[in-house]
Design a protein around this ligand. Structure first.
Ligand SMILES: Cc1cc2nc3c(=O)[nH]c(=O)nc-3n(C[C@H](O)[C@H](O)[C@H](O)COP(=O)(O)OP(=O)(O)OC[C@H]3O[C@@H](n4cnc5c(N)ncnc54)[C@H](O)[C@@H]3O)c2cc1C
Length: 466
C-alpha cells in the first residue's frame, strides 16, 4: 500500500522561498517533468518539491525544510545513478546542478569542485592546465555520486580511485551545520565519505589532487564475438601484467551503425578493449601493439587524443532517458570457467545498446589499505557491470532478465560484493557485502552524523551506535 503523504503547507513553502536563491519547483510548475527526470528512463518518481540550490545556504535551508516537515530527502548530483537514487516520490529533492563551479589551482595542483558538477565540467576546467582528476569514463556522470561511491575510470591503475585523490570535502549535515571533512578535521567523516555514498550529508564541494594528464593514446580494439573466450583470456593475462600507464576495460557490445565503424561491422556483436595509455604519446602504439598481435582485430581505432575527448567518446551513444538495468560484482581472479560463461552471455546481448564492461581496479588502488577508507574491495582486480540498456520500455523484461541471468551465472566467481555505484536497489545484504568489515564502523559514524537516517535515499547504511 502506498503511504498517504500530507500536502506540504503553502506557508512553509513560502517561508522557504523567501530565503532561497535557487529555484523551487513543485508539481504542476512549468519544467517540473523535466526536473524530476533522471538519466535512467526506467525511473519515474514524482517528488513534492525540487530545490535547485544556488549555494551552500540554499542547501542548508533545504535540508532543514526536509527535516522539519518530515519529508523523504533525495540528493541529486549528476542524476546518473542506475537505481535512480537522485530522486524520490513525494519528498524533497536537493538538486545541485546549478552548483557546478570548478576552481583550479595549478600551483598546488588542486581543484575545488562544487557538488553539482559533471565529469565533463570538471575535465573542461582542469584540462586547460594539462591536469586531471582520476574519475570515470563518461562525461555526463556526476562527480558527487561517483566520488562518494569510490570512482574508477581511465586513470585508476596509475593514480587510484577518485577518493584516493580527495583531499577534503565540505558538507551540510542532517542538523543543518556546515563541516569540512579531511585528514585533519572530522577524520571519521572523511573516512566514511570515501566510499560510503551520500549517507552522511550533502557534499557542497570537493577538494581534489590533480595529476599531469593532457593527451592520451587511446581508442578501442574489437574482435569478432567468436573470439570472445580467447580474447578475454588474452586480456586477463595482458592487463594484469601491464605497466600502470596502460588501462583497458573489456567489453561485449554491438557495433553502432555509425562512423568511425566501417559498414561491414555495423550492428555486429563483438568483444573488445577500450584503451587509455597515459605514458609518452609516441610510445602508445608500441605499448598497445600486443592487442593487434594477439589476433587480427575486426576494427582498431587508436590515436592520441585530449583526455576530455576520450572521456566523452561514448556519451552520444547513451543519451539520457534510455531504460537501464544493471548489476555488477568485484572480481579477484578470472578463471577459464568464468571466462566461458562470459563468452556465453556476452554473445547474447538482449538489445543493441546492452553491454558488459570489466574495469580494472588494481595498480594504485591496491596501494591503499582496505580499512584506510570505507571502500573495502582494495584486493580485487576488476569491477564488472552487466548493463541491460534499450530505448523502448517494452523490452524491459528482456534486458532485466539478461542482466540478472548473467549476474547469477558469474556471481559465484566473484569476490562477494559489488561496486556500490553499479547496484540497483538490491537489499541490505548486498549493501553490507559491498563494505564487508567496514560496514560496522560506517554504521557507527552514520549514528554520529545522521542518527535519524535523514539521508536514506541511497545504498543505505543504517545508524547503529554500537
Ligand atoms: C553511463 C554511465 C557511466 C558510468 N561510468 C562510471 C565510471 O566510469 N566509473 C564509476 O565509478 N562509475 C560510473 N558510473 C556509475 C556512477 O558512479 C553512479 O551512477 C553514480 O551514482 C553517479 O553519480 P551522480 O552524482 O550522477 O548520481 P545521482 O543520481 O545524482 O546521485 C547518486 C547518489 O549519490 C548521492 N549524491 C549525489 N550527489 C551528492 C552530494 N553532492 N552529496 C551527497 N550525496 C550525493 C545521492 O544521495 C544518491 O544516492 C556510470 C554511470 C552511468 C549511468
Amino acid at each position: 500500500m502506498v503511504a498517504k503523504v500530507p500536502p506540504l503547507e503553502e506557508k512553509a513553502i513560502e517561508e522557504l522561498r523567501a530565503g532561497f536563491r535557487g529555484d523551487l519547483i513543485r508539481r504542476g510548475d512549468k519544467g517540473y517533468d523535466a526536473a524530476r527526470k533522471v538519466y535512467n528512463g526506467m525511473i519515474d518518481k514524482h517528488p513534492a518539491l525540487i530545490a535547485r540550490c544556488a549555494d551552500m545556504a540554499d542547501v542548508a535551508s533545504a535540508v532543514g525544510f526536509a527535516r522539519e516537515n518530515g519529508l523523504t530527502l533525495a540528493i541529486r548530483g549528476g542524476g546518473h545513478n542506475g537505481a535512480g537514487l537522485g530522486v524520490c516520490d513525494d519528498g524533497l529533492v536537493i538538486d545541485l546542478a546549478p552548483m557546478n563551479g570548478v576552481w583550479v589551482d595549478p600551483k598546488s595542483r588542486t581543484a575545488l569542485v562544487q557538488g553539482g558538477c559533471t565529469l565533463g565540467e570538471l575535465d573542461h576546467a582542469t584540462h586547460a592546465f594539462g591536469l586531471a582528476v582520476p574519475a570515470g569514463v563518461f562525461a555526463g556522470t556526476g562527480v558527487a555520486g561517483l566520488t562518494l561511491g569510490g570512482g574508477h575510470g581511465y586513470l585508476t591503475r596509475k593514480y587510484g580511485l577518485t577518493i584516493d585523490n580527495l583531499l577534503a570535502a565540505d558538507l551540510v549535515l542532517a542538523d543543518g551545520s556546515f563541516v569540512t571533512a579531511s585528514a585533519e578535521e572530522n577524520e571519521d567523516l572523511f573516512w566514511a565519505i570515501r566510499g560510503g555514498g551520500g549517507n552522511f550529508g550533502v557534499v557542497t564541494s570537493f577538494l581534489f589532487r590533480l595529476h599531469p594528464v593532457h593527451t592520451v593514446y587511446s581508442g578501442l580494439t574489437l574482435w569478432p564475438i567468436e573470439k570472445g573466450e580467447e580474447a578475454l583470456k588474452w586480456y586477463r593475462d595482458f592487463i594484469t601484467n601491464a605497466p600502470e600507464d596502460i588501462f583497458g576495460f573489456f567489453v561485449f557490445m554491438n557495433v553502432p551503425p555509425a562512423p568511425p565503424f566501417p559498414d561491414k561491422i555495423h550492428n555486429k556483436t563483438m568483444c573488445g578493449v577500450v584503451w587509455c595509455y597515459t605514458g609518452p604519446a609516441d610510445q602508445g602504439e608500441r605499448a598497445l601493439k600486443p592487442a593487434a598481435e594477439f589476433g587480427p582485430p575486426a576494427f582498431t581505432f587508436l590515436a592520441p587524443m585530449p583526455y576530455p575527448t576520450l572521456q566523452s567518446l561514448f556519451d552520444p551513444l547513451l543519451p539520457p532517458g534510455l531504460q537501464w538495468y544493471w548489476k555488477g560484482d568485484f572480481v579477484r581472479e578470472l578463471s577459464d570457467e568464468a571466462i566461458a560463461l562470459h563468452a556465453k552471455y556476452g554473445s547474447r546481448l538482449p538489445s543493441a545498446l546492452s553491454t558488459m564492461h570489466m574495469y580494472p581496479v588494481d595498480g594504485a588502488v591496491h596501494r591503499v589499505g582496505r580499512r584506510d577508507t570505507a571502500f573495502s574491495y582494495r584486493d580485487v582486480t576488476w569491477s564488472t557491470v552487466y548493463g541491460g540498456i534499450d530505448p523502448d520500455p517494452a523490452n524491459n523484461d528482456a534486458i532485466i532478465s539478461w542482466a540478472k541471468e548473467y549476474w547469477e551465472a558469474l556471481h559465484p566467481y566473484s569476490a562477494g560484493g559489488a561496486y556500490v555505484n553499479f547496484m540497483m536497489e538490491e537489499g541490505q545484504e548486498r549493501v553490507e557485502a559491498t563494505y564487508r568489515d567496514n560496514y560496522r564502523r560506517l554504521a557507527q559514524i552514520k549514528a554520529k552524523y545522521d542518527p535519524t537516517n535523514l539521508f536514506r535515499v541511497n545504498q543505505n547504511i543504517k545508524p547503529t551506535a554500537k
